[in-house]
Design a protein around this ligand. Structure first.
Ligand code: UD1
Length: 430
């Protein structure tokens, strides 16, 4: 088991380069198998979830040529099996994108039900509602989703709840359905737009992505493309918050500042300076933070994937803040861990009431999920003494070399895998 060991107290200074968006990449990789021609994808983040999905599509017969860590060529013409039950695929949420991709292309898909981070019940009923409305028969048995259609027919689909996954999944299947599909109350996240742009570059006909009505006219065939994935807004936001929390000055490069508006707005509210450039943002903080209120909402609202990082920031802000989680019901599991580091947080239903403390103190904590894990790392960066974050497996699902990128900004952090290595680190930094 690997851990991060951190000696807190160093403000972050310098520049950091943000990678491609994990959640866009997962959908794009699945969509890439929808053509029989070769698709080239660049700016791919080299994180665990991506590698699991690549392995799964390779196992059903797609040709996967990893040109380098951040570039892959995929050819879906060799797919011989529409049944995906790779040992690891159940662990990743985005396995559901293979249902939309395979159903669209082959009109049949058999995919292990998705897992992912345990941040609440995560139904996929809206995905299924969409596929059924297009004429598919869906069966769920033995942990697998079996979707089948003689033909998929375009239709009107109203999503009862704004869902990133359902919007993208339906968009994929509808790209190869007969006729026109209209998705109402669609998610507007940047990665929905990125996936639509990707599919359009393969010859799909999708209009309105990024608004709440997406219109798709099905095409018979998709073709080859070369595509570069958008920057990861959550990785960017995490570094912005780390700079803010540590009282640092960091230029976060290779970002689309527009995608970071909600994150930036909260940093301004707590008293940081944020400068925006064409493809970078600079966060300057003196470490003195003011309290505020935040509610997670679908884009362009404040992202639920930045909620734990926000709570860590507010935990050392002046006064009392509130964080309301409106997307997932079980996303405060890190609170107990943070409390062990000295935070003063009370959770009532879906609201965390945070009374700022002067400082956190280092402790041994568990990463309960991907984003909460990153948040605990930020807490470690400002904590007094040594923090050990266990279960960094979760963090590595979505952050590429987090410790190295933080280290380059001046953080004292190492990835270790034994108590001996932890002791060595402690000796080195003390
Ligand atoms: C995706 C992201 C995740 C992010 C989330 C919200 C991936 C792999 N994961 O997750 O990191 O936190 O968007 O931005 O891209 N819902 C239903 N029925 C459904 C689908 C969703 O009720 O069929 C509900 C969910 O329980 C949740 C809300 O809708 O309350 C939003 O979920 P959704 O946007 O679908 O999130 P995911 O696609 O799972």
């Amino acid at each position: 088991m690997e851990q991060y060991v951190i000696k807190g107290g160093n403000p972050l200074y310098g520049e950091v380069e943000i990678g491609g968006a994990k959640n866009a990449a997962l959908a794009i990789l699945a969509a890439a198998i929808m053509t029989d021609e070769t698709v080239t994808i660049e700016n791919l983040p080299n994180v665990r979830d991506i590698n699991v999905l690549l392995q799964a599509i390779e196992e059903i017969g797609a040709q996967v040529d990893r040109v380098n860590l951040h570039k892959v060529k995929i050819n879906g013409s060799f797919i011989r099996d529409v049944s995906v039950d790779n040992t690891f695929i159940r662990k990743i949420r985005a396995s559901y994108y293979l249902i939309g991709a395979l159903l669209g292309k082959y009109k049949r898909a058999e995919v292990a039900l998705p897992g992912g981070c345990d941040i609440g019940s995560r139904p996929i009923d809206l995905h299924m509602k969409g596929f059924r409305a297009m004429g598919a028969k869906i069966d769920i048995a033995h942990g697998m989703v079996l979707a089948e259609a003689e033909k998929l027919t375009g239709t009107h689909i109203y999503l009862d709840k704004v869902s990133v996954g359902a919007t993208i999944n339906i968009m994929m299947a509808a790209s190869m359905a007969n006729g026109k599909t209209v998705i109402e109350n669609a998610a507007k996240e940047p990665h929905v737009v990125d996936v639509a742009n990707f599919l359009n570059s393969m010859g799909a006909n999708i209009r309105g992505a990024g608004t709440d009505v997406v219109r798709i006219v099905g095409v018979e065939k998709l073709h080859k493309t070369e595509y570069s994935i958008i920057p990861d807004q959550i990785e960017a936001g995490t570094f912005m918050f780390a700079a803010a929390a540590t009282g640092g000055d960091v230029l976060v490069k290779n970002v689309i500042p527009k995608h970071l508006e909600a994150t930036t707005a909260k940093l301004l509210e707590v008293g940081c300076r944020v400068e925006e450039f064409d493809d970078a943002v600079r966060v300057i903080s003196n470490g003195k933070l003011a309290h505020t209120q935040v509610t997670t909402l679908p884009y362009p609202g404040f992202p639920t994937d930045m909620q734990p990082q926000m709570a860590v920031l507010l935990g050392i802000a002046d006064g009392t803040s509130t964080v309301t989680e409106s997307i997932f019901e079980n996303r405060f599991k890190y609170v107990d861990e943070l409390t062990r580091m000295g935070a003063n947080i009370k959770v009532e239903s879906n609201i965390a009431i945070i009374t700022g403390v002067k400082r956190y103190t280092g402790a041994r904590v568990n990463a309960p999920d991907l984003r909460a894990g990153a948040a605990l790392v930020i807490a470690g960066l400002i904590g007094e003494g040594i923090t050990i974050v266990d279960d960094i497996y979760y963090i590595e699902r979505g952050y590429e070399e987090l410790h190295k990128k933080l280290g380059a900004l001046g953080a004292r952090i190492e990835k270790v895998s034994s108590d001996k290595e932890i002791q060595k680190f402690i000796l080195k930094v003390s």
